[in-house]
Design a protein around this ligand. Structure first.
Ligand SMILES: C[S@@+](CC[C@H](N)C(=O)[O-])C[C@H]1O[C@@H](n2cnc3c(N)ncnc32)[C@H](O)[C@@H]1O
Length: 446
């Protein structure tokens, strides 16, 4: 027998015609890679796999989508940021996933791996009932599957639609807007800028961009009407870059906002262009994305109408998404009071214990809806972090004795008729995160 010490570890687990994506070093990634190798074969592995860079020497589609300069960072970006994106180039920064730094968003590569393991591909429809920045719908579309994404926040619907159109839209006009970045930025500052809240009315007379962006009636973006799809998609991409800029500006004063805007828009255009070129060269079909503003507790979808569900709920009351996105929501004309009443994790007033009760009630409602709309024999996957520090205050228990949220949600799902299939733990890194671990919980509707 060969000396085990002389064999590469992953090669012991996987067939030798498969080569892992560079930089995989976490156990959950190896686990998902192994599951992909059990689930997919031949052409499907080449076209869909998340964790392999080649199959029988043929580069995979995911590998080709990710190689090269993934994110074009502005010259003033820190060495830390550059190194983060370099190390994570196969995990997060490809296609249009990097367009907005939404808090608590999924790792796209992990989403791809999970979707493969639960049989999502062309001809299937996947649902994310709390889509946030749209990672699941975008990744499903890259796999050729159709997706329905729902979120209570109009900003999330806007973000997802914009990322989806970035995969195919014409970039010419947005490139023109980048060439005159000062005028473009000025336009949005006057329309949405916090310092000039009433300046919107004066835009009409003097702004060239208005002529390009505001005529017509058929295509609606953030409550405004546009004459054609190209105009609407261009406006949406520029607006998202502007909102991204304002987010940075609130957090750091290191660079003047205009400079930030230029860097961000350049990066957006680079991501879209790069993906469109790769897709042009490989010629693959994208699935359809239906992004809706709606409530996970009342989905408005037909019974047994989706083939798979994948989502990550708010981690009880760990992040106040309405507060976090306040500027962006206001810019889109959202009603904050309405959101406070319907966002899971926000209901329940100021007492943590009341909030927690509302959270459980709301998550029960959301899981019941998932069970109703999912077809028999299909999977519902929840990715949820352990929020033990906060829960220990509510339950008045030491943090290490708190039952993790993943277990609480799993029990709730089982009592609604789901059966439990598997659980994969995954470490959460970064000093700023209050959670240390999250779980990928696989449930099935038998
Ligand atoms: C953890 S985030 C999801 C992040 C997402 N997986 C991503 O990749 O960006 C949870 C999301 O749940 C949404 N949410 C909260 N209450 C909701 C409700 N009642 N119905 C639908 N979505 C809701 C929040 O707006 C937030 O975007």
């Amino acid at each position: 027998m060969d000396d085990p010490l002389t064999q590469a570890f992953p090669a012991c687990l996987l067939p030798d015609n498969l080569t892992l994506i560079p930089g995989l070093r976490e156990v959950y990634e190896l686990h998902l890679a192994w599951l992909e190798a059990q689930t997919l074969s031949g052409a499907a592995l080449v076209e869909q796999a998340a964790y392999f860079c080649s199959v029988d020497g043929r580069p995979t589609r995911h590998f080709l989508t990710c190689v090269g300069e993934t994110l074009k960072l502005p010259d003033f970006s820190s060495a830390g940021l550059r190194s983060f994106f370099k190390t994570n180039s196969f995990r997060t920064g490809y296609a249009t996933h990097g367009l907005f730094p939404y808090r608590g968003k999924f790792h796209p590569q992990m989403v791809r791996g999970i979707l493969n393991v639960i049989g999502v591909g062309p001809g299937k429809t996947v649902l994310d009932p709390m889509m946030g920045s749209g990672t699941v719908p975008i990744e499903a579309a890259l796999l050729g599957a159709d997706a329905v994404g729902v979120d209570i926040s109009p900003f999330c619907t806007f973000m997802t639609e914009t990322k989806a159109s970035g995969l195919t839209m014409s970039l010419e006009r947005a490139e023109g807007a980048l060439a005159s970045a000062e005028t473009t930025f000025d336009y949005f500052v006057r329309r949405h800028g916090v310092a000039l809240p009433t300046a919107g009315q004066q835009l009409a007379q003097d702004d060239d961009l208005r002529r390009v962006m505001e005529e017509g009636a058929d295509y609606v973006v953030s409550g405004r009407r546009f004459r054609d799809r190209e105009t609407a998609e261009t406006y949406a991409l520029l607006l998202l870059a502007f909102l991204d800029t304002m987010g940075y500006t609130q957090r750091s004063q290191r660079k003047p906002p205009l400079e930030q805007f230029q860097g961000i828009l350049e990066r957006y255009l680079h991501c879209c262009r790069k993906f469109q070129q790769v897709r042009g060269a490989q010629g693959f079909d994208l699935g359809r994305i239906d992004a809706r503003q709606g409530d996970a507790r009342q989905l408005g979808l037909a019974d047994e109408s989706v083939d798979a569900i994948l989502f990550s709920p708010p981690y009880s009351f760990a992040i106040d998404y309405a507060e976090n996105d306040a500027f962006h929501l206001a810019a889109l004309g959202a009603d904050r009071a309405d959101l406070d009443k319907s966002m899971i994790g926000l209901r329940g007033g100021s007492r943590l214990a009341d909030k927690y009760d509302c959270y459980l009630e709301d998550m029960n409602g959301a899981l019941r809806e998932c069970h109703r709309v999912l077809k028999q024999g299909c999977h519902c996957v929840i990715v949820v972090g352990t929020n033990n520090n906060q829960l220990s205050k509510v339950l008045k228990l030491p943090a290490d004795q708190v039952i993790g949220l993943h277990k609480i949600l799993r029990d709730a799902a089982e009592s609604l008729g789901f059966s439990f299939s598997a659980e994969i733990p995954r470490a959460i890194k970064g000093i700023a995160n209050t959670m240390r671990e999250e779980y990928i919980v696989f449930l099935k509707k038998e």
